[in-house]
Design a protein around this ligand. Structure first.
Ligand SMILES: CC(=O)N[C@@H](C)C(=O)N[C@@H](C)C(=O)O
Length: 710
């Protein structure tokens, strides 16, 4: 078979540059309905996007707005209002419910120092700019998705946000401060409370991507008086986040994560013990609103302010699981399960809810239905849930029925195009009439399909027997490159993926495999993997690859494998367990040895659970458990490896510390297997900084062309 793959680095980088121009949507807000002076009704849609800027070596953020005229049933006219504008320095921003004002948390470097400001904009004027850093009421404002929020009170007089608890300035016992300095401080009114002997105290953090976040506090700005206060009443053993104003602004509702006896990583880990809480603003009393024996997230108040919808799953166990959609009634104080865990996909195709974040716009305007965006198998879906009956319908799949009431504009995007549609009125069986806001740009020469495989009987998992399939999708061209999902409880959905697209345009065919254990296929599929990692996942992938190769479209001598994290774990297993099969391997921050990882990762529970054990915070090292962990790890098979390996490691990875990759590197070096290690300072687990990502891609592409002898 003659190779038609692009091999020239100049051509490859040109292609990468071209495709990296596609932005991805990061936020979409729908403003209130406005009636124009001519009686027409319209809403503004605000969107934020992120785009790689290779010249500036950063991801740039920009916004684009649209205007949508409607008649309460359908879109009459829609179009962009103005051009894109780059957003700089904004950490958080939020329009007030009436749309009259906007709040912005901004970071600015002044005389070399980072300062944070809270700004209030009204019409065309910045009416307030409060220097939060100078106020010294708290540390840095949280801008992350885990804890962070910026919420207007219903009255539009107060703002709620989360920040790091204020720490006293730590000094050495031997600090000498000159009298002149002290006098100067007093004169300037700048004396700062200090504490001695605390300079080197260790502060736990919440792990990967949340490294400087330790003790969050809830903060309230009284806009009129420009006064910031830190809310009291939150229990000391709880870290609060995802907060919002309770009905009538009487207090604040938030998610509280227990941080005793110690904090564990939260990223990709919605399985941490947590509860809904309410703290009363007048008395400072704190009430627990959910059981406290589960993990909850993403509470959202209904527009009629009567109910709170949120997601719930079990504590520990697989990190991502099928969620329960729960509802708390503010007035009866009763909680109900609206959608329960789904063990196997239902006859109509519904496979359960897999999400750790509900959209801020998830409620329909009639406070009866919830929109949930989540994978169903290897497709992204938008589900509509009837809260009174728990019925679920897909808004994107034509096979499902549609029952949805009430006008609500809800943006749905597929990265390079945006859609807007109205939910039909109550009881109607009409379908949503989607209107394209911005034309999508299709990729030439890329073709894809979803393939389903049923594992052969000998690879069946007796406990979770039938109906477990591994789906995959492939771009069908000339040579086969295998790319694996991580987690292991995550999923690759049919979506825009930069690196896969460039590889396809270079001439590779990519097979992206969702092995059993991936989310989106029912809880049974997830539960089938813990205890079987290194065998079930590995065999599933090998089965999928061999099935595709049997079709005869690809050269069996030119198959490469790539994966990150647990995907890297599977990739390194494959080259150890099938030594002649793969001609090149690439692993991003791979898990190499569960036994050595448990002592250094931010998620030690993950190592235990995936090796097949229950986790508790007081479990002590046990030689039998360590032996099992080692037996299930890729390092166990390293002596068989012949495939050249490219390792890409992030120096600041807290999830799978780079020492894991180094352990493999040393073993391969000792065995004289070709290995190349790329070390990215300032990068964490995702290696997603623009220079790391682009350099990583070029090296991966060239590693493959070199070792597949193209
Ligand atoms: C829960 C978790 O983070 N597991 C890691 C070992 C992992 O595989 N992460 C995936 C999601 C990744 O691609 O980084």
């Amino acid at each position: 078979m003659e190779s038609q793959v692009m091999t020239n680095p100049e051509d490859i980088s040109k292609l990468y540059r071209e495709l990296s121009l596609f932005p991805s949507l990061t936020r979409a807000d729908v403003g209130p309905v406005i009636t124009s002076q001519y009686g027409g009704k319209y809403s503004n849609i605000y969107t934020e996007w992120s785009q790689r800027d290779l010249e500036r070596n950063e991801n740039v953020k920009f916004c684009r707005q649209y205007i949508v005229f409607h008649d309460d049933k359908s879109v009459v006219y829609s179009g962009p209002s103005g051009n894109c504008t780059e957003i700089k320095g904004e950490l958080l921003s939020k329009d007030s419910p009436s749309g009259d004002m906007k709040a912005v948390v901004r970071e600015s470097i002044i005389k070399g120092e980072d300062k944070q400001f809270l700004e209030i904009w009204s019409k065309n004027i910045k009416v307030k700019s409060i220097n939060l850093t100078a106020l010294k009421k708290h540390g840095k404002v949280y801008e992350d998705d885990q804890f962070g929020c910026l919420v207007w009170s219903h009255s539009e007089t107060h703002l709620l946000y989360v920040a790091e608890r204020k720490r006293l300035k730590a000094e050495s016992f031997f600090q000498s401060c000159s009298l002149a300095d002290e006098e100067e401080g007093v004169k300037m009114g700048k004396e700062e409370e200090t504490t001695k002997g605390e300079q080197f105290v260790f502060y736990e953090d919440w792990g990967e991507t949340l490294v400087s976040k330790s003790s969050p506090v809830l903060c309230v700005l009284d806009i009129e008086g420009s006064n910031v206060s830190v809310l009291e009443g939150v229990p000391d053993n709880i870290s609060p986040g995802q907060a919002f104003w309770a009905p009538s602004d009487t207090g604040v509702v938030f998610v509280g994560w227990w941080h005793e006896p110690f904090r564990l990583g939260l990223k990709y880990s919605p399985n941490r013990r947590s509860s809904l809480f309410y703290v009363d603003l007048t008395g400072g009393q704190c009430e627990q609103l959910s059981s406290g024996s589960s993990a909850v997230c993403s509470p959202k108040l209904s527009p009629d302010q009567c109910r709170i919808i949120y997601l719930e799953c079990a504590v520990y166990g697989p990190h991502q699981q099928c969620s329960r959609l729960c509802m708390y009634d503010w007035y009866t104080k009763r909680t109900s399960v609206v959608v329960d865990v789904v063990k196997r996909p239902r006859e109509d195709g519904f496979a359960g809810i897999y999400s750790s974040s509900l959209s801020p716009l998830c409620w329909s305007a009639d406070s009866q239905r919830i929109l949930v965006s989540c994978p169903q198998g290897s497709r992204k879906d938008l589900l509509l849930v009837e809260t009174t009956t728990g019925s679920v319908t897909s808004l994107t799949s034509s096979e499902w029925g549609h029952t949805v009431p009430c006008p609500l504009v809800s943006p749905l995007t597929n990265t390079v195009s945006e859609l807007v549609g109205f939910l039909p009125l109550g009881g109607s069986r009409e379908e949503v009439d989607w209107v394209v806001l911005e034309d999508s740009q299709t990729q030439p020469d890329i073709d894809w399909q979803i393939l389903n495989f049923t594992p052969p009987p000998e690879q069946d998992n007796s406990q979770y027997r039938k109906n477990i399939h591994s789906d995959s999708w492939t771009f069908s061209l000339y040579l086969l490159c295998l790319s694996l999902s991580g987690g292991p409880h995550s999923v690759i959905v049919a979506d825009w993926l930069l690196s896969s697209s460039v590889l396809c345009r270079m001439g590779f065919a990519i097979l992206l495999v969702n092995y059993r254990g991936s989310i989106g296929y029912g809880q049974d599929s997830i539960s089938s993997l813990p205890g079987n990692v290194g065998t079930q996942d590995v065999k599933d992938v090998q089965f999928a690859v061999e099935s595709v190769l049997r079709g005869g479209a690809f050269d069996e001598q030119k198959v490469a494998v790539a994966g990150g994290s647990h995907g890297g774990f599977v990739a390194c297993h494959l080259i150890g367990q099938y030594p002649e099969f793969y001609k090149a391997c690439v692993a991003r921050n791979p898990v190499i040895n569960l036994a050595s990882m448990i002592g250094s990762t931010d998620i030690p529970d993950w190592c235990m659970v995936e090796a097949g054990y229950n986790y508790s915070t007081d479990c002590l090292p046990d030689p039998a458990v360590w032996e099992q962990m080692l037996n299930k790890s890729p390092i166990k098979h390293v002596k068989q490896v012949k495939t050249p390996v490219l390792l890409t490691l992030g120096e600041d990875d807290k999830r799978v510390p780079p020492k894991q990759g180094i352990e493999y590197y040393r073993a391969l070096k000792a065995l004289q297997v070709p290995v190349r290690l790329l070390w990215y300072p300032g990068n964490n687990h995702s290696l997603s900084k623009v220079d790391a990502e682009s350099d990583g891609f070029m090296n991966i592409a060239l590693w493959m062309t070199q070792h597949l002898s193209l």
